[in-house]
Design a protein around this ligand. Structure first.
Ligand SMILES: *Cc1c(COP(=O)(O)O)cnc(C)c1O
Length: 382
């Protein structure tokens, strides 16, 4: 099956649309270090108001937002409590140790969701045995959960966590790199998510389609400390207007359409779930994790073969690959990509359908066109 390549590795790669590019070329070129970038100020004020925060700071990346927040909020030599699957633990822990001087206390939970009971256990267990060992400076949350296939951390759970944390005198941070996906999927507005933490960040490249940037949000005092830290880390921009204008355009015009990406991810997952080859659960948002352990092929090999066939996916931990949906991938492309993976799986694993089992497209209805590839695939297992 020849297919124009579909890149499902991440949602950071959609190029600026002509309208976004226009917003960039017409933005001012004031120097942000002199407080003269009007577009940057407009972005910061817009974001602070949206999430109900006092102040905001434009950052080059969500990684820097996170690292600056750690430095300002946690305190050197203290620990930061998070779930083991959080981006902080998987990707940023060495930087956190080096730059912010903090240790990560990563709790493993079955569903990736932190609850007050698990957080309390993680702290109190240690406090009982080694009371002089460490103190917890910060409780870290993430939404949506990248390594858990874009799962939403539900608002009531985050609210519980914040209540518990406030009682314990521990600040809460939200790595909201994909918080707009949670907003689009739940219909719960940004201010409600903003109320679940003391400081938070979002990312403009994740699905929103801006070429770069993140914003850090919190109290005036926090943002003023973060501004100094951003300068230390080398992340203070000069003429940030065009980048900020792209981010603001993305937030205003691309937030609602994230729901299309969620529907496309669901359609992709539905096609795969109907086959005997893959382990797939319906995604909350735009990330689908596909378990390929039933195939006679390791995940990396499967990803390489999928790329040859025109579908680029990323390997995750274990025997999983992930497919992430953004504006580059239409519904039709999403379904075709899934069909392409089915064809590949059928070639890798000669498999016979159990008697009485219907074909997968009979069960998912007429919304999914039966293509030539699907028909060819049917011959391989009937
Ligand atoms: C992508 C991501 C980041 C890092 O964002 P960058 O802007 O690429 O630095 C941080 N946290 C989470 C949860 C992410 O998904």
């Amino acid at each position: 099956m020849s297919l124009e390549p579909t890149d499902l590795r991440s949602d950071t790669m959609s190029p600026p649309t002509p309208a976004m590019a226009h917003a960039m070329t017409t933005a001012d070129h004031g120097d942000d270090r002199y407080g003269e970038s009007a577009a940057t100020r407009a972005l910061e004020e817009h974001c602070a108001a949206m999430f109900g925060k006092d102040a905001a700071l434009f950052m080059p990346s969500a990684t820097m937002s996170n690292q600056v927040a750690l430095r300002v909020l946690a305190g050197r030599g203290r620990e930061v409590l998070c779930e083991a699957g959080h981006h902080l633990n998987l990707v940023q822990a060495p930087a956190a140790a080096d730059l912010a001087g903090v240790a990560i206390n990563a709790v493993v939970t079955p569903d990736g969701l932190l609850r007050p009971e698990t957080a309390a256990q993680a702290i109190d267990h240690r406090a009982r045995w080694v009371p002089d060992h460490a103190t917890t400076g910060l409780l870290w949350t993430e939404n949506t959960l990248t390594s858990r296939g874009g799962r939403i951390h539900p608002l009531p759970l985050l609210t519980d966590l914040k209540r518990w944390s406030t009682r314990r005198g521990i600040a809460v941070y939200l790595d909201g790199s994909r918080i707009m996906h949670a907003v689009a999927a739940t219909g719960i507005g940004p201010a409600a998510w903003g109320a679940t933490n003391d400081a938070m960040a979002l990312c403009f490249t994740k699905g929103l389609g801006a070429p770069m940037g993140s914003v850090l949000l919190g109290t005036t005092e926090f943002i003023s400390a973060a501004r100094r830290c951003r300068q230390w880390y080398g992340g203070a921009p000069r003429q940030s207007g065009p980048a900020a204008a792209a981010a603001l355009w993305a937030l205003r015009h691309n937030s609602a359409r994230l729901a299309e990406d969620h529907a496309n991810a669901a359609a992709f997952a539905a096609v795969l779930a109907e086959s005997p080859y893959f382990g797939v659960t319906a995604p909350d948002t735009n990330i689908v994790h596909v378990d390929v352990s039933r195939l006679q092929c390791p995940a990396a090999g499967f990803a390489a073969r999928a790329a040859e066939a025109g579908v680029r996916v990323l390997t995750c931990r274990g025997a999983e690959v992930r497919a992430v949906f953004d504006a580059r991938t239409s519904r039709q492309r999403a379904v075709r990509a899934a069909e392409c993976l089915l064809t590949l799986a059928a070639r890798l694993t000669p498999h016979r359908v159990a008697p009485g089992r219907t074909r997968w497209w009979d069960r998912i209805g007429p919304a999914y066109p039966v293509t030539v590839a699907a028909q060819a695939y049917s011959r391989t297992w009937e």
